[in-house]
Design a protein around this ligand. Structure first.
Ligand SMILES: [Zn+2]
Length: 431
């Protein structure tokens, strides 16, 4: 196993980690209270944090707080100390804006080095960074981390798929960073160009910025001949590098010397015991320019008890399968897109490209799932298609508890994405 000196905090004994967390929590809570009006208003009578469990007495922060204080209202540093801004586009209206001091950028680079090291990358690796460069945090976050690791970085950014494949092949790339859906697109396009990615030196993919299931991972690993690692992060907290899987691929280690995790009941806001599933809440322990206390991520996960095979003492969380706000209610039943993905990919003959379309007919919700099937199945006799259709419909009904219309489509029918895939189209409120 490779070891990078920056990874030392990953192995801290629990008591030392807790002491470090408490020290940083005290400072960040004081900073937020002193420097940011929103926190000062919500923390009237604040007199310090005396133990880690007391974090539960601090107020939550939500995405709407970032929108309401747009653009600079949550900054705790004067603008002369802010050396970088990033922004994340919302679904509507203004983006949310985040700020970094020089120290914040150093922390970000540090956690990204540790993230790459955790999945076995070293200075000898050639990393193709296909995350978008720009206001989106993915590109620059991965870039500086990979450089500081000592790896060779190819700052190709997103898009231009043919060029991506040429570089992947000609530059002997060993690791790639992008969204999992974009990597699927690369695999497919490469096949059409006569390049089998599984035959290239590429051995690892660092995939994030959208949820993906274990079934999707299995497909990617087999067809790409790589190990696919899940990286987690969010703009509000720092960008990519909040947590990552190690080589054990058994949960994501949270860089908890900088990001303090809690799991709460999303309905009551009450902290849940270790191991229970709930909403992930994160506190930035070292952020200077824009500290966030108890930020509600809307991501549903659980902390995994017990030590990891890799020896890291950093606590792990389960992969994010769903967000509390991506739940669809169809005919009164709760449906998560991840359930649909898992059910579809469990059936042989499907391709990992699908869309969920919701409509309303005479007041009744209708769910149609479009699934691409392999060209062998698609060009086969009608019998094979019908059989597959029935198996998929049965698998969906079994998983979801409601019937969905399944429509099988040929390869390349569903639009490919160069960033985050859009898979759900809810047209129920359109006239
Ligand atoms: Zn581990």
């Amino acid at each position: 196993m490779s070891f990078h000196p920056a990874s030392a905090p990953d192995f801290l004994p629990r008591e030392q980690m807790n002491a470090l967390q408490l020290d940083r929590l005290q400072k960040v809570a004081q900073r937020a209270y002193t420097k940011v009006e929103l926190f000062r208003d919500r923390m009237r009578g604040f007199d310090g944090v005396h133990s880690l469990p007391e974090i539960a007495d601090l107020p939550f922060t939500t995405k709407s707080d970032l929108r309401d204080t747009y653009p600079f209202g949550l900054f705790a540093s004067p603008i002369e100390q802010v050396v970088r801004l990033h922004a994340s586009s919302g679904t509507t209206g203004k983006p949310i804006v985040v700020a970094y001091t020089k120290e914040d950028l150093d922390v970000w680079t540090n956690v990204m080095v540790r993230a790459f090291a955790a999945c076995g990358l070293t200075r000898g690796d050639i990393i193709q960074n296909a995350y978008g460069y720009g206001l989106f945090t993915g590109g620059l976050g991965a870039h500086y981390g990979a450089e500081a690791l000592g790896a060779t970085v190819i700052p190709i950014s997103g898009g231009n798929t043919e060029r991506q494949i040429m570089v992947l092949k000609d530059f002997n790339v060993t690791a790639i960073c992008c969204t999992p859906s974009y990597f699927l697109h690369l695999l497919e396009r490469a096949g059409e160009m006569g390049v089998n990615i599984a035959d290239l030196p590429l051995r690892a993919g660092i995939f994030g910025a959208e949820p993906w299931t274990d079934s999707m991972r299995a497909r990617i690993q087999v067809s790409g001949g790589i190990r696919a690692y899940d990286i987690y992060g969010l703009t509000e907290i720092i960008g990519p590098g909040v947590a990552i899987e190690c080589e054990a691929q058994d949960g994501l280690h949270i860089f908890e010397d900088h990001f303090y995790p809690e799991i709460i009941d999303p309905d009551t806001g009450q902290p849940l015991p270790e191991g229970a599933e709930g909403e992930l809440v994160l506190t930035t322990l070292s952020k200077q320019a824009m500290p966030l206390l108890r930020y509600r991520t809307r991501d549903i996960t659980a902390l995994i008890p017990g030590p990891c095979r890799c020896g890291r003492t950093l606590r792990r969380m389960r992969r994010i399968g769903r967000r509390s706000d991506d739940m669809l209610i169809v005919r009164g039943v709760n449906v998560f897109p991840s359930q649909i993905e898992t059910a579809l990919l469990a059936v042989e003959g499907t391709l990992p490209h699908y869309q969920i379309v919701l409509t309303r007919d005479k007041g009744l919700d209708q769910m149609e799932v479009l699934v691409e099937v392999t060209s062998e199945v698609f060009s086969d006799k009608v019998g094979a298609l019908e059989g597959l259709h029935d198996r998929l419909a049965a698998a969906l009904e079994h998983t979801l508890g409601i019937r969905a219309h399944v429509r099988l489509v040929g390869p390349q029918t569903i639009q490919r994405s160069e960033g985050k895939a859009k898979r759900v189209f809810d047209r129920r409120n359109l006239a």
